[in-house]
Design a protein around this ligand. Sequence first.
Ligand code: TMP
Length: 219
Amino acid sequence: MERGRFITLEGGDGVGKSTQARRLVARLRAAGHECLATREPGGAPFAERLRTLLLEHGQEAATPLAEALVFNAARADHLAAAILPALERGVWVISDRFADSTRAYQGAAGGIDDAVLRRLEEIVVGPHRPDLTIILDLDPELAEARWRQRAREAADERGGALALDRFEREGRKFQARLRAEFLKIAAEDPGRCRVVDAGRSEDEVAEEVWRLVSEVLAP
Ligand code: TMP
């Protein structure tokens, strides 16, 4: 049985990662590949509980290191309980975010020393790095406009208020630091990472993602 392929999508908030992950999975399935569509934080029962803790916590402050450890704990569970068993069964795993998000969010934007994060990554991910990481790159101002549009639509559907605005909470500088870190990660690991200009139409980005997946992972 041939091992499955492990593909991750990364990028800042509002770059369209989740949409592109969904489209890639649909296309891979149509091409006959069994796929596991998953996400981080989360993707396995215990990791999903940690996701709730990480993303829906109230006013209590968590130190960036504590957060980095919990993101890594969720990742250890996700790998052991979902990703590795699927790959061994020949299933392709498409994850909306993975370890590079910790480097960008807790590292560049959160201030944790990169050497600490690399050590954690070595322990948690070790040799199980993705076969391909697609980094969706977008100007933070455009990302913010898209994100606000989606938040408005979601609020209209629910008939409720806008969700807490991540851009307002964390600011554009934060998004700019994220962007720079993702580009740095891509430059340092060109064998694994590909940067895609996410400023184009959804269809054009999907086409480019598909081209990269077909080229890089063709048997
Ligand atoms: P998302 O589902 O909108 O991508 O939300 C996940 C959030 O969690 C997003 O703001 C990025 C953040 N995150 C981290 O800070 N570190 C991580 O390691 C991961 C996977 C996500």
